[in-house]
Design a protein around this ligand. Structure first.
Ligand SMILES: NC(=O)c1ccc[n+]([C@@H]2O[C@H](COP(=O)([O-])OP(=O)(O)OC[C@H]3O[C@@H](n4cnc5c(N)ncnc54)[C@H](O)[C@@H]3O)[C@@H](O)[C@H]2O)c1
Length: 432
């Protein structure tokens, strides 16, 4: 298939390298597109095979020309989140399928555009929920779907981002809800997708609270960072700040962002303590599912460790999963903990059993290479009995919990998702 990639920042590399290194005999990158000429140049160079004329490159305002001239079969969308819907819709209208990074989009207006364009065009968007593909999470799906703990009634789910990974969402475009939907959409889309998939159900009602408790000016003062600057590169107190992101010291950050910033003013190292940040760092939600199950969910972006804890209660017992993760995210400092995944099954009336957890190799707990195999060479992969491929409906339900949670934070009241969808004329058809 002929692929075009739009949005040539850090994430597009995973798709580009996978096609070039592992699936080059089946697929070809025919074009790259970005609004930033410097990043576009880097992407075009990296996507070009030696001895060829290279891949075609287009600036963002030439995207329709790209579609007309290159006629890709599939457009890979790896732009900031608020732009996904526009590229998805234009790709559909040109007869292309889409592979889109999460979240599929960030709000109800944009969701409606995608759903309507999908229905009108009959094209397909695959939302790349890589977390579904990690062997440890697939094992949970298998246990729950096979009824091992009976009907699932209640879930406690906590996800902690440490001060390295968590801080990174407060430095750049993610820090405003108009760009990312806030962490309840941008980040939790992964977590809510896992819940929907694990439970085999969809969210119906959400009540949420959220606040920015840590990444704010008061914390900088408490840390002795008075006189801080607007960004790390020019900050007078950077040398004593644990949150400094030194882009000049890292060749990848330097070439991708620092040397490209004159073109579009995209600063990758804005101060994480800025007053104007618009997203929460501390969020809790209570969710009721169509199946009758309920879930309590916590997301914190400044924890002293990184990972997740989840406990499923069922009519026959309990399943507990804990994963202490290690990420290679730029900036700050951290103690590197050993990667540790545990899953414990405790059936009523029996002793708890610690299960053997399969671990994968590669990014995101081994998830990314498996997902890329299903995307780029499905015939070579075993049949996917776990239903891991995600379409626009799964993409929609993964963001609806977060969108409803944002509304609930604003109003202080619970939000009914079917009512919310109906009021905006969004028809997702019959779901579980
Ligand atoms: N699944 C995962 O684990 C995972 C991990 C990282 C990022 N992501 C997702 O990937 C996407 C990209 O994230 P990133 O970290 O690479 O961001 P980034 O800022 O590094 O890259 C975004 C790119 O889009 C370009 N861009 C901005 N406006 C544009 C426009 N109008 N048209 C075309 N290009 C434009 C920017 O110049 C930049 O090159 C996001 O949606 C993010 O949520 C997913």
């Amino acid at each position: 298939m002929k692929l075009a990639i739009v949005g040539c920042g850090s994430r597009h590399k995973m798709f580009r390298d996978s096609v070039m290194e592992d699936y080059g005999s089946k697929h070809e990158i025919v074009a790259v597109c970005d609004n930033n000429p410097a990043r576009l140049r880097l992407a075009a160079e990296a996507a070009s095979r030696p001895g060829t004329n290279g891949v075609a490159s287009y600036l963002a305002d030439e995207f329709d020309t790209l579609l007309a001239e290159q006629k890709p079969d599939t457009v890979v969308v790896t732009t900031p989140d608020f732009l996904h819907s526009d590229y998805i819709v234009r790709a559909f209208e040109a007869g292309c399928d889409v592979i889109c990074e999460k979240p599929m989009t960030i709000d109800l207006d944009r969701l409606k555009l995608i759903v309507d364009a999908q229905r009108a065009s009959g094209r397909k968007v695959t939302v790349t929920f890589n977390y579904r593909y990690s062997p440890a999470r697939t094992q949970i799906k298998e246990l729950l779907a096979s009824g091992t703990i009976g009907d699932i009634t209640a879930v406690d789910f906590r996800w902690y981002l440490d001060r390295v990974h968590g801080a990174d969402y407060f430095r750049r475009w993610h820090r405003q809800k108009t760009n990312s939907g806030g962490l309840l959409v941008h980040k939790s889309t992964h977590h809510f997708d896992l819940l929907n998939w694990w439970l085999g159900s969809v969210p119906e009602k959400v009540f949420a609270s959220g606040q920015r408790a840590f990444y704010r000016p008061e914390t900088a003062v408490e840390l002795g960072l008075e006189g801080r600057g607007a960004r790390c590169a020019t900050c007078p107190v950077a040398a004593k700040c644990d949150f400094e992101l030194d882009m000049d010291a890292d060749p990848a950050l330097r070439s991708l962002y620092r040397e490209a910033e004159a073109e579009d003013g995209y600063f990758r190292d804005l101060c994480v303590f800025d007053a104007e940040i618009g997203i929460e760092d501390t969020m809790q939600a209570h969710i009721r599912y169509a199946s009758g199950a309920t879930a309590n969910y916590t997301l914190v972006a400044y924890a002293p460790w990184e990972g997740l804890e989840i406990k499923f209660q069922g009519t026959k017992g309990e399943l507990t999963h804990r994963h202490v993760e290690v990420h290679g995210v730029f900036g700050g400092s951290r103690e590197h903990a050993k990667d540790a995944v545990t899953t414990e099954l405790h059936l009523a009336g029996q002793a708890p059993q610690v299960l053997d957890v399969p671990l994968g190799k590669g990014m995101h707990g081994g998830a990314d290479p498996v997902m890329l195999g299903y995307i780029f060479d499905p015939e070579a992969m075993p049949e996917d009995s776990y239903n891991r491929a995600s379409d626009h409906i799964a993409g929609a339900y993964s963001i609806l919990t977060g969108i409803a949670a944002n509304m609930s934070i604003d109003s202080g009241s619970p939000v009914e998702i079917p009512t919310m969808l109906k009021s905006r004329g969004i028809d997702l058809g019959e779901t579980v």
